[in-house]
Design a protein around this ligand. Structure first.
Ligand SMILES: C/C(=C\CNc1ncnc2c1ncn2[C@@H]1O[C@H](COP(=O)(O)O)[C@@H](O)[C@H]1O)CO
Length: 288
């Protein structure tokens, strides 16, 4: 604090880092005093600036946990699917076969389809990831999660599903599953992500929705025909996995080609002769 030039008048100006405070904005306590004073009010833990830090810490923890995960697929589906439901066995098989194809399996870490996919992945010796969500009535991560984290916020958790997965398998589910499915489709449609294979598993469950997308959404001009090619429908775990594997291979080939074009651009920018050589090579390889 700058000393007051008039000893009988209160201090009028205060500098806190780059911030200047004057007159009645001058604060009588220092930041450190307030930090160390445990008797202060506690309502700040419910304020937005504090929440922002908590959100930030979820991103940091999540990114830290998953940064070295390797190729992964997110499996979505109902929290309510019981172990005696055929979809439970199907999700287990999908989890197992994804591991067989070299992928880690990411789920919401809850019960039902999530638990089944984690079980299949874990029993197959793969990496079984659960991104749980703190709910008022929830029981925590299922027992088949081998790497897991419980999120406070749905939106930070959703970022992890998308950032660390190369594709999605969507099993029958309710609102939560539809939310995750349409998040993935919207990101692919708007090119926020490139190449995002989406498998709708369970033809009888999903075909009504797909018919509606075609007959109402598409017919009414709210989506384009290409948007309906962003996903496939199947009842077969092998088919689901091979669709994802093929999409991955196409994406890798496209990325390699883009890298090649970029490196040629760099070479051409450096040397006009390189461009001339490439034109000559092309003419030669075309036989013209
Ligand atoms: C509703 C019940 C349990 C909720 N427990 C959940 N734990 C983890 N993740 C969940 C949970 N509920 C929903 N999710 C997410 O949404 C998808 C499933 O939602 P749906 O509405 O059941 O389709 C799932 O992929 C999760 O990511 C007990 O009944």
């Amino acid at each position: 604090m700058a000393d007051s030039i008039h000893p009988d008048r209160p201090q009028l100006s205060q500098q806190r880092g780059p911030v200047v405070m004057r007159r009645n904005q001058v604060q009588q306590s220092t930041s450190e005093q307030r930090l160390l004073d445990s008797r202060g009010p506690s309502d700040w833990v419910h304020t937005d600036p504090w929440r922002v830090l908590r959100i930030q810490s979820e991103f940091i923890e999540g990114f830290g946990m998953l940064a070295e995960l390797g190729p992964a697929i997110s499996v979505f589906g109902s929290a309510r699917t019981r172990p005696d439901d055929p979809m439970y066995a199907a999700a287990e098989e999908v989890g197992r076969k994804l591991v067989g194809a070299g992928y880690a399996v990411i789920t919401g870490g809850g019960p039902g389809v999530m638990e089944a996919a984690n079980k299949g992945a874990s029993e197959a010796g793969g990496v079984s990831v659960g991104l749980g969500i703190e709910l008022p009535f929830e029981s925590g991560l299922n027992e088949w999660v081998d790497i897991g984290m419980n999120f406070r916020y749905f939106f930070t958790r959703k970022t992890m599903f998308v950032k660390y997965a190369q594709g999605f398998v969507v099993m029958p589910g309710g609102f939560g599953t539809l939310d995750e499915l349409f998040e993935a489709l919207t990101l692919a449609q708007t090119r926020k992500v490139t190449s995002f294979p989406v498998v709708l598993f369970g033809t009888s469950y999903w075909s009504g929705l797909v018919d509606w997308l075609r007959e109402t959404m598409l017919a009414d001009g709210k989506i384009s025909a290409a948007d309906l090619e962003m996903f496939t429908l199947t009842d077969d775990a092998d088919e689901a996995v091979s669709y994802i594997v093929k999409a991955g291979e196409l994406a890798d080939a496209a990325a390699a080609e883009a890298a090649e074009v970029a490196s040629q651009d760099v070479a051409e920018a450096e040397s006009p002769q390189a461009r001339e050589r490439r034109v000559q090579d092309r003419l030669g390889s075309d036989g013209s």
